[in-house]
Design a protein around this ligand. Sequence first.
Ligand code: MG
Length: 245
Amino acid sequence: MLLAMAAIAFAATAQQVICHRGYWNIEGSAQNSLRALVKADSIGAWGSEFDVWMTADGTLVVNHDESYGGVVIETAKWKQLKKMRLKNGEPLPTLDKMLDCGKKLTTKLIVEMKPHASKEHEREAARKIVKMVKDKGLEKRVEYITFSYAGMKNLKQMAPEGTPVYYLNGELSPAQLAQLGMAGIDYNIKVMRDHPEWIDEAHSLGMKVNVWTVNSDRDMEWCINYGVDFITTNAPERLQQLLAQ
Ligand code: MG
């Protein structure tokens, strides 16, 4: 009983806020922009997430969709993309620029490697991402997430021992991911509502639970009450308010 109460008390204070694609839905910001990363840091968010693709000629580009301005990133040359601008006027960021920006901040950098059509290309993307993070001395500040099954295994293998890698796709149980050495599950709120038992299962395996994209008060309260570890949201300041209550 005492242990259970201690566990609940711990859970009630343990949630960490992760800004989904940075803190973007405010004046002057944009999804996956340097500004959004700076804004996430400025409100004291535990982490800030962004998405990474690799061009055909090996430039790592920060963007959510597979294409930007009608150009498919994976099969494009960087010169086709480098003059493009985000909604807030910033140039389309490279991972290089994003990590340099993050280096001056303290928020964790949650790097999502997108599933590339070519698994060979994706493997090379994983290798380059891990190397760039190492070269910039950011290994302790970065966690990896991906929808790609092959990608999570590559990231796990290539990143230094102990680097957290989370799987996003939602079909594997914590026990299955534990066997692959993953740090935990990072699943959609709908998946978690269907599988609330995965929260305790993950915790009993020493794994963490991250849930996305948690934007409504109702979903935020569900995550808080169930004691998930990380909540990824487009409304980080609202979540901070609820967590402070
Ligand atoms: Mg993402």
